[in-house]
Design a protein around this ligand. Structure first.
Ligand SMILES: *[C@@H]1O[C@H](CO)[C@@H](O)[C@H](O)[C@H]1NC(C)=O
Ligand SMILES: *[C@@H]1O[C@H](CO)[C@@H](O)[C@H](O)[C@H]1NC(C)=O
Ligand SMILES: *[C@@H]1O[C@H](CO)[C@@H](O)[C@H](O)[C@H]1NC(C)=O
Length: 574
């Protein structure tokens, strides 16, 4: 608000809005301010609106009364309207000034103006949190559509982030969230539709073999099934292909064994046939590139059997983003798969298209975490991170307690589902950095030398970020439960210590009308860092979840009070 440029821009915009408002009552979003202030807050909005302006009728071409200049704190002006002792401020101003939200909605031809104090939603858990089930509210997450996800790697099957490094890097927190979202969707969504295209044995397609190309069906010792071997010449028209007509479902998976310079291409067509997109999965280590309607994902160059699982719509959208094409609404309803082509030399089997492949995507994340973990238990973040002014940047290679905790949550679930000890061992090893101070390459901070805090950003001095800390606690809880509740567990001890810290420090995060994202105003002596509404809602969701695990009233009471802040309630003043 205090930025000069900002307020000038706002004035221009407000003047334009006001000019428009004079012409069209429908776009005029007005709230009444009584000159005797305080009174307006007792009147419901609808009555304010109807008393204030609606009864004047739309035919008059504007709000009655005169223009009046509103001087805001003696600093700048906003054009307002006056009708006797009432002054009307444009909602565009109120929105910015008070950070409240509003929109006109219409039911049965009757318009209403809906005001809301926050833009975020709280989820009330229906049952006690169970580490074998959904992770927090992550069934609602869709990590891959985020703009800061460059693409899903064709080699690793996990997202590549551009958040702090435009070239893209593997961000362990994001990869774990991708895994946890798919695991949670596996738990909550209905069974997927699966269409087998060619399994080599029972379901066989009649692949079309063009000039210079050959196919054969041979038994493969490693896959223990018959596979489709193919070979094409270098000529562009030489290929082995299938004509299909699949709409609704867009997750393709298949086992491939490709020699160099081989590829599989999926052709998607807009249902009105005006647009054709070619998704090429090529033997290359380049992540993604695109040229007009051709989008290429590298699937690596190793000559060995591996299963690839691709959400074709996501791959298409990431290609479009690379080409700077505008985002489009629901392409899932507009496209169909019309052919699949093989080029080069190799073999495929187990070709299928499904509505989802959540477990394959979940295990891609779990496997990336299990094999990418360093000996001392961490997943270094290979991007520089500027966290706060006056604190040195975190240098590439820093660890995050949030990554550690999320990874533990993924690995605990992978162990629970698969029984593979590899996942359990990785989860247990991930505890090590939580006991190493930030200054020594770990993620541990102490509050007043007494209360341990697992740092999402291990800066010195520490920041005490709240949401990342709670996610770490959830990871510890997950591991402890999956290990078996009766075991003597390091995870349990770390969880209990962390809960003591949380319950002690939680009041410090309460602003009386919202929450603090971290405690930098204490540790760095800078101005406080308020949590924006989506982070505040995350805090509330997390506290409701923890309140189901620990009966201490500070958790449930804080959750309820903080939820109230999202509806405009405030702590009382003196
Ligand atoms: C969830 O995973 C199980 C086991 O892998 C699978 O059988 C089931 O179809 C999956 N359901 C969904 C909705 O992904
Ligand atoms: C594809 O199938 C849909 C029905 O599912 C049909 O309406 C459409 O004409 C088919 N397109 C082609 C090219 O066969
Ligand atoms: C792959 O194709 C490129 C260009 O078409 C060619 O230069 C290269 O030799 C090929 N590599 C192999 C291993 O066939």
């Amino acid at each position: 608000m205090c930025d000069i440029q900002d307020s000038t821009m706002m004035l221009v915009r407000i003047n334009m809005r006001t000019a428009l408002a004079a012409l069209c009552l429908a776009v005029l979003l007005i709230i009444v301010f009584w000159s005797r202030c305080g009174e307006f807050s007792h009147r419901p909005i609808a009555s304010v609106l109807s008393n204030g302006l609606l009864e004047r009728g739309a035919g008059t071409g504007g709000v009655g009364g005169q223009e009046i200049e509103c001087v805001i704190n003696g600093e700048y002006s906003v054009a307002c309207h006056r009708d006797r002792d009432q002054v009307y401020l444009p909602f565009s101003f109120i929105h910015k000034y008070f950070e409240v939200y509003g929109k006109i909605t219409s039911t049965d031809g009757v318009d209403k103006f809906e005001w809301s104090h926050s833009y975020s939603k709280v989820y009330h858990p229906k049952k006690k949190y169970d580490p074998r089930g959904t992770f927090a509210t992550f069934e609602n997450y869709n990590v891959e559509v985020r703009e800061r996800v460059k693409c899903i790697s064709g080699i690793e099957g996990v997202p590549v982030s551009t958040q702090w490094e435009p070239r893209g890097f593997y961000y362990p927190t994001q990869i774990a969230q991708f895994g946890l979202a798919h695991y949670s969707k596996n738990v909550t969504e209905p069974e997927p539709r699966v269409r087998i295209i060619d399994d080599g044995e029972k379901v066989l397609e009649n692949w079309i073999v063009s000039k210079d190309a050959t196919i054969s069906r041979v038994y493969d010792e490693e896959m223990k099934t018959k596979v489709l071997k193919f070979s094409t010449s270098d000529h562009v028209s030489s290929q082995v292909w299938l004509k299909v007509n699949i709409s609704q479902d867009f997750v393709l998976s298949l086992d491939v064994w490709f020699k160099p310079n081989s590829s599989i291409t999926v052709v998607l067509q807009n249902k009105d046939k005006k647009e054709t997109v070619y998704l090429h999965y090529v033997t290359s280590n380049q992540l993604i590139y695109a040229q007009e309607d051709h989008i290429y994902h590298g699937i690596g160059t190793e000559v060995k059997w591996r299963r690839i699982t691709r959400d074709l719509i996501i791959d298409m959208q990431k290609g479009w983003a690379l080409l700077d094409r505008p985002k489009r609404k629901s392409p899932r309803n507009k496209f169909r798969i019309c052919s699949v082509m093989l080029r080069g030399r190799g073999a495929v089997c187990g070709v299928r298209v499904s509505s989802s492949e959540h477990m394959a995507q979940f295990y891609a994340a779990a496997d990336w975490l299990a094999s990418g973990q360093r000996a001392r238990g961490g997943w270094p973040v290979l991007a520089r991170r500027h966290v706060a002014p006056s604190v040195p940047d975190l240098k590439p290679g820093w660890l995050s307690a949030m990554s550690q905790g999320h990874a533990i949550s993924v690995l605990s679930r992978a162990y629970h589902r698969s029984g593979r000890a590899r996942y359990l061992l990785a989860a247990q090893r991930a505890l090590l950095p939580l006991d190493v101070p930030s200054a020594h390459g770990g993620v541990k901070a102490m509050w007043m030398d007494k209360y341990v805090w697992y740092e999402e950003y291990p800066t010195t001095p520490p920041l005490f970020v709240l949401n990342g800390f709670i996610y770490t606690l959830l990871g510890l809880y997950d591991l402890h439960v999956i290990e078996g509740e009766n075991s003597i567990s390091l995870a349990k001890k770390m969880f209990d210590d962390g809960m003591t810290s949380l319950k002690t420090l939680l009041p410090l995060f309460d602003t009386g009308s919202g929450s603090f994202y971290d405690l930098r105003h204490f540790t760095l002596g800078v101005s406080p860092n308020l949590a924006r509404w989506d982070y505040h809602a995350t805090h509330v969701n997390q506290l409701y979840l923890l309140a189901g695990l620990d009966p201490d009233p500070v958790l449930i009471d804080t959750a309820k009070r903080w939820e109230g802040y999202m509806q405009g309630k405030r702590a009382a003043h003196n």
